[in-house]
Write a protein that binds this ligand. Structure first.
Ligand SMILES: [Zn+2]
Length: 251
């Protein structure tokens, strides 16, 4: 299936010609529920994981939890269109409660499918993304893991892990990824206008233009930051959005 992004409602470079020098490309993934296999690029599907390699485990200290959701019950509830029930966290507050935890596989992408995927270490062209299902520290920080592989060499493994180890409980039901196939699409993108991502004078003009749009069209009017700079949704490559660049002092 081909998914395409409509043209922007405003020709960005006609309004801000200087932005032409900052035009980038990003790959929108358009994940949709499906049944991806381990040889596919996907979100939430099975990883291409040689069976003789240990599954990654997070050994950082984990915050204590009181309740969570069992993956099996989350899947059953989703199939039935209802919310899953939470369960008491086993051993909550007891010794060892914050012990090692298997990472949860979130997504894997092959360079052959995703043009925006830069080559990894040693030219690796398959990346696998994991998140620890537990939280860390007083700000509930998250631990992510990237596993880069050479796809062709990995494909030659004799056998693959049939299923990832499943964590007993997840803190939040929405953190169990739904298996999705992806429909990559390359589109233009421009930097989020903030701090030093663009020249200060250009950011000031963009801010003034956004203010004028709001003054004329109300709070839901078109603006550069929300509608013209960075496409929404899952994507690879391009520019980071504010959500991943905003300041947070965790010292
Ligand atoms: Zn962890």
């Amino acid at each position: 299936m081909t998914r395409t992004t409509p043209a922007r409602p405003v020709a960005v470079e006609a309004v801000f010609p200087e932005l032409a020098a900052y035009r980038g490309r990003t790959t929108r993934l358009h994940p949709r529920p499906g049944r991806p296999g381990r040889h596919d690029s996907h979100v939430g599907g099975p990883m291409l994981w040689p069976i003789d390699e240990p599954w990654p485990v997070c050994r950082e200290p984990h915050a204590s939890e009181t309740e969570g959701y069992a993956p099996k019950e989350i899947r059953a509830a989703r199939a039935a269109g209802v919310w899953p029930r939470s369960r008491p966290w086993p051993g909550a507050g007891g010794p060892g409660e914050g012990g090692p935890t298997p990472f949860v596989g979130l997504a894997q992408f092959f360079g052959r499918d995703v043009p925006g995927l830069a080559a990894g270490p040693g030219g690796a062209d398959l990346v696998q993304l994991f998140r620890c299902p537990r939280t860390h520290g007083r700000y509930l920080e998250r631990e992510y893991l990237l596993r880069w592989r050479p796809a062709a060499q990995t494909e030659r493994a004799d056998r693959f892990l049939p299923a990832a180890p499943e964590v007993p409980l997840l803190r939040w039901e929405h953190e169990l990824p739904e298996p999705c196939v992806v429909h990559p699409e390359e589109v233009d993108t421009y930097p989020w206008a903030e701090d030093d991502t663009l020249p200060a004078a250009l950011i000031a003009r963009i801010d003034a233009w956004d203010d004028a749009q709001t003054a004329a069209g109300g709070r839901y009017a078109l603006n550069y930051q929300g509608a013209l700079s960075i496409p929404p949704g899952w994507r690879v490559g391009g520019y980071p959005s504010w959500a991943s660049t905003g300041p947070l002092d965790i010292a």
